[in-house]
Write a protein of this length. Structure first.
Length: 209
């Protein structure tokens, strides 16, 4: 596997639904991919952004590359027993992407998103309300002691600008599961087929430790 990503045609980007309700698609991975660690992709279109709107109020996509099953995600609910404890149960430091931590502010249970989990950001460059013009950001996720997703968030206006972008994916010191993990994240416009592509790539094999 050289890359794992999502492609959106230019026509689709021009015809997205509006309103105040987010659209969510759960995407199965193509057959034949390595079983670990990725299980599915959650694609969210947020026509009016989402909380905290002072940071992420622009129309944008959230793309979760999940490392837990769809049934695991469905079980992340405030009505589920132990919700607050599972939100607060962070992976140990060795199994967390280096430099990443929860956003400051509300208790972790209040930050946890049903069907997703807790979001982590690079503590060295965390966005600050009033000083942040959201275009794109790479987040990570956790739930009940596990590192559970990698999430590019990308504003629609950034995609429309058609500027290529790439950055390194922060790695943990150790890994909870055997698998192939990406070192690079990128977004670009492919003029050959009029398609925007958001991709994880440069996969390397890691062993659980």
């Amino acid at each position: 596997m050289t890359g794992l990503g999502v492609a959106v045609t230019a026509a689709a980007l021009d015809g997205l639904p509006g309103g105040s309700t987010a659209t969510t698609l759960m995407l199965d991975l193509p057959s034949g991919l390595p079983a670990e660690p990725f299980t599915c992709v959650m694609l969210n279109w947020n026509p009016r952004g989402h909380q905290p709107t002072a940071l992420f109020g622009k129309p944008h996509f959230d793309i979760h590359f999940d490392m837990v099953t769809m049934s695991d995600l469905q079980a992340i609910s405030p009505s589920s027993p132990g919700f607050a404890a599972k939100a607060a149960h962070l992976p140990d430091a060795a199994h967390t992407p280096q430099g990443f931590a929860p956003l400051p502010g509300p208790p972790l249970a209040a930050q946890a998103v049903p069907g997703m989990g807790l979001h982590l950001a690079d503590a060295g460059s965390r966005p600050t309300p009033g000083h942040y013009n959201f275009q794109h950001i790479l987040l990570a996720g956790s739930w009940d002691g596990r590192y559970t997703f990698i999430e590019p968030m990308i504003a629609r206006d950034w995609l429309l600008a058609r500027r290529p972008y790439a950055e390194s994916v922060h790695q943990p010191v150790a890994y909870q599961h055997d698998g192939r993990y990406p070192l690079r994240y990128s977004s670009r416009f492919d003029s050959g087929d009029d398609t925007y592509r958001v991709e994880l790539s440069d996969f390397v094999t890691r062993r659980a430790s």
